[in-house]
Design a binder for this molecule. Sequence first.
Ligand SMILES: C[S@@+](CC[C@H](N)C(=O)[O-])C[C@H]1O[C@@H](n2cnc3c(N)ncnc32)[C@H](O)[C@@H]1O
Length: 184
Amino acid sequence: MDLLENEVELVTELCERLKREKEKTKSKTASLKILDIGCGTGKLAVYLSEETGCAVTGIDPVRATVEKARMKSPSVTFEVQSAEELTFANDTFDFAVSLKALHELPNPREALREVRRVLKERGKIFIVDWVGSVAQTSSHAHAKKYFSPERLKEALSETGFVNLSIKPNKEGELMLVEGEKMSA
Ligand SMILES: C[S@@+](CC[C@H](N)C(=O)[O-])C[C@H]1O[C@@H](n2cnc3c(N)ncnc32)[C@H](O)[C@@H]1O
């Protein structure tokens, strides 16, 4: 796996959470479906496909990136799509995941609403992203886009997710955020 050192802790935790959720559903029929938002060259999607045995689909709007991802694994589906305008039908996925991508989306709230639409009833979202803070945002232009834990919780809550929890990594620079699709 080609995870960066700072990603290992929370991605491993995310994977364990998915395995536990999968165990709870005891799904013996169709494979559970995971959507990776802003998949880039596919490292999270491929890792989760290998570790969980779920059917993983990665989406990213950059065609060249998606083409690189496709070369990594024939078992994962990669599509050129923007998170704000997904082509999937309502209630398609059991889980949505994202690694270091939410802050890069032009319209994160619109994307979260779309993710909610394509998640099944009680589907779960797991986001790993940089932790924004006042100190960073005044000193580092790119970091202005990072969500503070409070802002991310607010965005998820406003877009129809409940049972929210946030776990920072040991260094406090990345966070794993979990939520569940609110019933209609
Ligand atoms: C920092 S990269 C992270 C990529 C990958 N998740 C990883 O960890 O290697 C952020 C990704 O978000 C993607 N992205 C930007 N705008 C997007 C959008 N509207 N919808 C989905 N993904 C988007 C970028 O193309 C890029 O691949």
